[in-house]
Design a protein around this ligand. Structure first.
Ligand code: FES
Length: 167
């Protein structure tokens, strides 16, 4: 269809119209895919990425006595932009010969902090009477599994434990 000046104003070619509709639909789909995909990635990426781990210094090796569990404090530092956040924690370290075993300081039952009874040579949890051997195995009480062990390494005369980075 042409106006009085001879300029085309309507769809003369149905194929062209179909092509333009398909092009617009395709562009809309592409934009929707990009926006939806990036939004989905934004929400799911923390779960998919998993937590990062880091080595945390527990101090010089000579702090830990042979055959006797020692309670050790640690400081974990997190940098968030210009802000530095320190958080502290406690673990139990057992040195046997040249090996170091580090136990999480929370009972494997419901997470209470437990203590070392040097007279009985056992870890004792005050909450529900859980008792663990020096090697962390369950001796008595409700704990369903041994004490949790934390990966360790020695480097430059110090002991390090591997922990999840603080969020
Ligand atoms: S929390 Fe330790 S025995 Fe229950």
């Amino acid at each position: 269809m042409k106006d009085p000046k001879g300029i085309s104003s309507g769809p003369e070619n149905p194929q062209r119209r179909t092509f333009l509709i398909a092009l617009i639909a395709g562009m809309g789909g592409f934009i929707g895919f990009i926006l939806g995909g990036s939004g989905l990635y934004y929400f799911l990426s923390p779960a998919l990425r998993g937590k990062k781990k880091e080595w945390v210094d527990l101090g010089p090796l000579h702090n830990f006595k042979e055959g006797q569990p020692v309670k050790a404090d640690y400081l974990q530092r997190k940098r968030d932009g210009w802000e530095v956040i320190d958080s502290s924690g406690v673990v139990w370290v057992l040195k046997e010969k040249e090996n170091y075993v580090v136990f999480d300081s929370h009972c494997s039952h419901l997470g209470c902090p437990y203590n070392w009874d040097s007279a009985k040579e056992q870890f004792v949890c005050p909450c529900h009477g859980g008792i663990f051997g020096k090697d962390g195995r369950v001796v008595a009480g409700p704990p369903p599994r041994p004490l949790d062990r934390i990966p360790v390494k020695t480097e430059n005369g110090s002991l390090f434990i591997m922990l999840e980075e603080k969020a």
